[in-house]
Write a protein that binds this ligand. Structure first.
Ligand code: HEM
Length: 481
């Protein structure tokens, strides 16, 4: 090589390194949280492994501290890995952290999750309260569907069965009764398609959350199209029917309440319009089905893995409630073991380990670091749940860590629903569902593994996707009486 060629190659290399440094490795601010920037285009993705929340928690413990940055694909994000930094952000700086970044898949429905979404969220909360969520009426509804589950389990006659769809459709019908004012037959095709997270497109959608630009390329474009078609058609049909039959003086469900609210606002200047209604329906339906369903499945797996605990829970329910009375939330105070069991499963298997992204609406300092406006924030709830400083031997499943002097002790550091202005909208409903489903199932059945299977289905390992869910498994529900 001649001298001038070597100089050209060197200049090329230096320019390339400078570009990569400027656009990739350089931190956005000298006091930005340190962390893992990974390689161009993919960022830290190749290093995150099957359980990104665990890998990030380890990086945070071993090297970077609780407030660290991680480059996910092309998106720079800050991850908060302990209770103190999460509360400093989501509670003390509530006004800075209450928006979310835009997700393309969600923006297909609406204007996204920006500032004014809080107006819609507040409306949704009060509409749901008006319709009975968190009240007696809701408990009655959930109790009725829990009886339905009990009956359907009885009808299985101890046949080993994967009950994910059974639980999913039942849980979904609770939210349908509030949102659409009706429940669906299990064999209704439109309902089935909307409830089922269809493997035909769900994996592609997960990738689209990280790389929205892929939406133009098949198979991602096809997956997105299918997902939107199934959901839009389902919600659209309901909306049209409600518009035809609306009684403005007597809203029977969430759609009615929203349609009435829409009439009070101008569609051009407010966020109360039909696209926003589609978004709310999508949120309530999707967030209200998969989460509770999978939490209940983790709990059934725990019962299978710890038969001695299952027996104690049965005895407690039997002694406190007896044979002929239906479990109710009023029994809660006298069921410390059941509450400890539920809290321990929430802690041990965090259903949404990195929660849902938040976004900073202005520059802010957290844990002494500078975080600029418009930064994506993840809260590593699972890292809080597995923090050795709070929970001794955190990787052991131990319900007795939540019992002191025979009494259940609630722990604010078990936070499966998140905290702050954007914590779970359905927390009250989710808690009632989990409690009543479990109390009814344990009261009536012994949950056993499939006798034809050589190994117990895993309670340690699961599928880490939009949620952390168990692998599919079969169980036997053996009637107690
Ligand atoms: C045991 C069941 C559930 C768990 C563990 C759970 C967990 C969560 C978590 C961790 C978040 C994100 C919080 C954050 O960003 O900081 C969330 C948000 C949300 N959840 Fe749940 N959830 C459950 C059940 C439900 C139910 C039954 C509904 C329906 C009524 C629901 C509706 C929502 C909605 C609409 C949001 C978004 C709120 C917003 O962006 O302001 N969830 N949930």
């Amino acid at each position: 090589l001649s001298g001038s060629s070597i100089v050209s190659v060197l200049i090329g290399l230096l320019t390339f390194t400078w570009i990569v440094y400027q656009f990739w490795w350089k931190l956005p601010h000298p006091r930005y949280p340190p962390g893992v920037r990974g390689i161009p285009v993919l960022g830290a993705l190749p290093y995150l492994g099957r359980f990104p929340h665990e890998t990030i928690a380890k990086w945070s413990r071993d090297k970077y501290g609780p407030v660290m940055s991680v480059r996910f694909g092309q998106e720079d994000a800050v991850v908060l890995n302990d209770y103190e930094s999460i509360t400093e952000a989501l509670v003390k700086n509530i006004n800075v952290f209450h928006t979310r970044p835009s997700f393309y898949v969600i923006n297909c429905f609406t204007d996204g999750y920006g500032f004014r979404y809080l107006e819609v969220r507040n409306f949704s909360l009060s509409a749901l309260r008006g319709l009975g969520i968190g009240r007696r009426t809701m408990e009655t509804r959930v109790s009725d569907v829990a009886q339905d589950v009990v009956q359907r389990l009885q009808d299985l006659h101890e046949a080993p069965t994967d009950i994910k769809m059974l639980i999913g459709r039942t849980v979904s019908n609770v939210i349908c009764s509030v949102v659409f004012g009706k429940t669906y037959e299990y064999d209704n095709k439109a309902f089935q398609h909307a409830v089922q997270s269809n493997p035909e497109y769900s994996e592609y959608l997960n990738v689209l959350f990280l790389y929205p630009r892929l939406r133009f390329i098949p198979p991602f474009s096809r997956a997105l199209e299918k997902f939107l078609k199934v959901h839009h058609e389902f919600y659209q049909n309901e909306m049209e029917e409600h518009e035809k039959n609306l009684d403005e003086n007597e809203p029977a469900d969430f759609i009615d309440a929203f349609l009435i609210e829409m009439k009070k606002h101008s569609p051009d200047t407010s966020w109360f319009h039909k696209k926003q209604l589609l978004h709310c329906l999508g949120d309530l339906f999707n967030a209200g089905t998969e989460t509770s369903t999978n939490v209940i499945l983790w709990m059934l797996l725990a019962l299978m893995h710890y038969p001695d605990i299952q027996e104690k829970l049965y005895q407690e329910i039997h002694d406190v409630i007896g044979e002929h009375v239906l479990p109710s939330v009023d029994h809660k105070d006298n069921l410390p073991l059941l509450r400890a069991f539920i809290q321990e499963v929430y802690r041990y298997q965090t259903i949404k380990p990195l929660s849902i992204k938040h976004r900073t609406s202005e520059d802010v300092e957290i844990g002494g670091y500078f975080i600029p406006k418009d930064t994506t924030i993840f809260t590593n709830i699972d890292a809080v749940h597995k923090d050795e400083k709070t929970f001794k031997s955190p990787n052991e499943f131990n319900i007795y860590r939540h019992i002191v002097d025979g009494k259940f002790v609630s722990n604010k550091k078990v936070m499966p629903f998140g905290i702050g202005a954007r914590s779970c909208l359905g927390e009250k409903l989710g808690k009632i569902e989990v409690f009543l489903f479990l109390a009814n199932i344990i009261k009536r059945f012994e949950i056993l593994p499939d006798p034809q299977s050589k190994e117990l289905p895993s309670f340690k390992d699961g599928i880490s996707s939009f949620l952390y869910t168990p692998f599919s498994f079969k169980l036997v529900a053996k009637p107690r009486i």
